[in-house]
Design a protein around this ligand. Sequence first.
Ligand code: 13P
Length: 250
Amino acid sequence: MRRKLIAGNWKMNGLRASATHLVQGLLEGLAGAEPPCELLVCPPACLLETVGGLIAGTPVALGGQDCHGAEAGAHTGDISAAMLKDAGCAYVILGHSERRSDHGEADDLVRAKAGAALAAGLTPIVCVGETAAQRDGGRTLAVVEEQLAGSLPEPGPGQALVIAYEPVWAIGSGRTPSNEEVGEVHAAVRRWLEARLGGEAAAAVRILYGGSMKPGNAAELLAVPDVDGGLIGGASLKAEDFLAIARACA
Ligand code: 13P
C-alpha cells in the first residue's frame, strides 16, 4: 500500500514572518495528531532553515523546489542536492513546468538533476504534464510518456521516486481535468513505470496530481485510482486549506 503524500510547493512566496505563521498554523492544526498522509512543505531555498527548524521532530517533512545537476562548483545562484540534504530536506521538486518555461529546462537537464538528487539521498519529485494545446491536439499521453522517458534517471536498486502529473493548463487556473482524465494519465504513468521498472518497483512509486487542487475537489481527485497524493501550489499557502486537503486522504 502506498501512503499518500500531500506536498506543498510554496513557489516564490513567503518571507520569514509569513512562513513562520504558516508553519505554526499547520502544526497547531495537526495538534500533535498523526496526519492521515505524509506531509511535505517545499519553501523557497532561503526559508529552508527557518521552516526546517520549526518542523523538526514533527510529521511534516522538508523539500526543495530545484537543485543543480552537478555535485558542487562554479554555478552562481544554484543550489546542490547535497546542500538541500544538509539543510534537512528529504525531497526535491524537479522539472516543474515553471522551471521548464521560466528557465528553459529540458528533459535531459531534469534527468541530470534527478540523478544528483538520488546520489545525495533525496527523493526526486519529477513533474510532467501537457499544455492546453497538447491536450487539445490529443497528445497528452504521448507528451507525458516522452517527458518520463527523458526526465527520469536510469533505474537503480532501491531507488526512491515520486512523479507529479501537473497539466500546465490546470496550474493556478482553477481548472482541473475530469476525474476520468486524471485517472487515464495516472494509469498510463503506472503502466509506463511497470514496463521500465518491473511491477514491484513501479508499485512503490507514488504518482501525485497537481494543478488547482483545493479543499473542495481534493477528496474526489485523491479517490481516483493511482492518485497517490497531491502537489499543491496556491492552497498550500493557507494552513487550513492545506490541512483540509491532507484530511481528504482519510
Ligand atoms: P496550484 O495548486 O496553485 O494550481 O499549483 C500547482 C503546482 O504547480 C504545484 O507544483
